[in-house]
Design a protein around this ligand. Structure first.
Ligand code: EPU
Length: 307
């Protein structure tokens, strides 16, 4: 489908009567990504509730319109031409967070940091390892986000999803295929909720673990800068950041896209960087690490949209 055809299919107002939630047309996705980069989406919808999300997906499925779920907008590079289709951001309606005993149910739009704080307050252990991870739980589950101390999938009992045709389904942990920075979901499925299996912990010990991790992260990562999180997956047994650093590439830049001088696996938007700059920097860094260490770095971030 050409860009022009998709624009015609989703002209301003096209979603009136289809969704009750907020729809905007030609919305710059730079407003919705942590890198603050990305061209416009034909439409961006914040569904009013689960039924609204289902109606939207049914419509997109029937009309053959691509969808893109943005989550918290981290871990994503949206190209400068934007997205021909409907970008979806889960809002308020997906922020429920409750515990029953040691089982925690959390909506996909709950920030990872809010889940960590909630567990800490309730003296529940098991998600301290997620301290400092940006973005929302939906995105974290989608990519099995984690740190060296553990990943979000380790504690998942099940996830609620809406399939591309609008059907609701539940996926047990065993069906989610969690691996390093990976989960298996049918194409176009949207995660709406996660159920987590935590355990009773000593509140003071949980708090200590969290502050230790926060201190380490604030020291070793450019937390105040605009980035997408780690750019590359760690190759088995090594760290992508260490490899990029060892190749002497901290501070390397294309336009306003810069390899962070703090942690070399973070690429920073220092001002007016475009996706094309970030991707040119990615290509240059990969080539240099290949030459220097013989390692082929694999992207962790998702690159979406049109050039
Ligand atoms: N290192 C360098 N130079 C650098 C960066 C790192 O020499 O510029 C060295 C460090 O000194 C250390 C080793 O590389 O010896 C590992 O570094 P670090 O502890 O920072 O961990 P990492 O492997 O680079 C991983 C995750 C991070 C997560 C941290 C902390 C990946 C790709 N990265 O980084 O996750 O926050 O551990 O647990 O798995 C992300 O996934 O987006 C992410 C940032």
């Amino acid at each position: 489908m050409s860009g022009a055809a998709a624009m015609a299919a989703i002209r301003p107002g096209a979603l009136e009567g289809v969704v009750r939630g907020r729809a905007s047309y030609g919305e710059p996705l730079s407003r919705h990504t942590s890198l603050r980069i990305g061209g416009p989406a034909d439409a961006l919808v914040v569904p009013a509730d689960l039924e609204d999300l289902r109606a939207l997906l049914r419509f997109a499925h029937r009309e053959g319109i691509p969808t893109l779920v943005l989550g918290g907008g981290s871990n994503t590079v949206v190209r400068d031409g934007g997205f021909r289709g409907i970008a979806i951001v889960l809002g308020e309606a997906f922020t429920a967070l409750e515990a029953q005993g040691t089982t925690v149910r959390a909506g996909a739009a709950v920030r990872v940091s809010r889940l960590v704080a909630f567990a800490c307050r309730g003296g529940l252990a098991g998600v301290e390892c997620l301290t400092g991870i940006p973005g929302t739980l939906g995105g974290a589950l989608r990519g099995n986000a984690g740190t060296q101390a553990g990943s979000v999938g380790d504690r998942v009992l099940e996830a609620a999803v809406v399939l591309a045709d609008g059907t609701v389904a539940r996926r047990a942990r065993a069906d989610l295929g969690f691996a390093y920075r990976h989960a298996t979901l049918p194409a176009g499925a949207v995660i709406t909720e996660g159920l987590f299996d935590l355990e009773r912990g000593d509140p003071a010990a949980v708090r200590r673990a969290i502050s230790k991790l926060l201190v380490a992260r604030n020291r070793s990562q450019p937390v105040e800068s605009r980035s997408a999180g780690c750019m590359f997956k760690n190759p088995p047994g090594d760290s992508a950041g260490r490899l990029v650093d060892a190749a002497g590439l901290k501070g390397m830049r294309v336009g306003d896209a810069v390899v962070s001088p703090v942690h070399a696996n973070f690429f920073i938007n220092q001002g007016r960087a475009r996706a094309a700059d970030v991707l040119a920097l990615v290509a240059a860094v990969r080539a240099r690490v290949r030459d220097h260490a013989g390692v082929e770095l694999e992207l962790e971030v998702h690159v979406v949209g049109e050039s």
